[in-house]
Design a binder for this molecule. Structure first.
Ligand code: NFA
Length: 101
């Protein structure tokens, strides 16, 4: 095309928002054994036993605890896998995700 303008445009690059990160939140319940919660936190979220124990206790005492922050897909996959693992053992353990501010 003879009159195609090949000059690079300047000043038109859109400013992209960085995608928001998503928190995975552990919800307390009255039935899931503490040791099982710790095991799930170790298995699915790569925590050591000391950290997993602290996070579990925080949720136990306050009702919920933020576990970690990931890109949305990863947060949702990990939360789903953790809930499914608990379900398989007959426990009502819940994890949710929500976007960071
Ligand atoms: N509240 C549960 C218990 O006393 C332990 C628990 C902690 C469950 C954190 C869910 C989340 N067995």
């Amino acid at each position: 095309m003879p009159d195609t303008d090949l000059k690079p445009k300047t000043g038109t690059k859109p400013k992209l928002e960085r995608p928001r990160m998503h928190k995975v939140i552990l919800i307390n319940d009255d039935y899931t054994p503490r040791e099982f919660v710790v095991m799930v936190l170790e298995a699915e979220f790569g925590m050591n036993e000391a950290t997993a124990g602290r996070v579990m206790l925080t949720a136990h005492q306050k009702g919920s605890a933020v576990i970690a922050v990931y890109q949305r897909d990863i947060a949702e996959t990990k939360a789903t896998r953790a809930v499914d693992m608990a379900k398989k053992f007959g426990f009502p353990l819940m994890f949710t995700t929500e976007p960071e501010e």
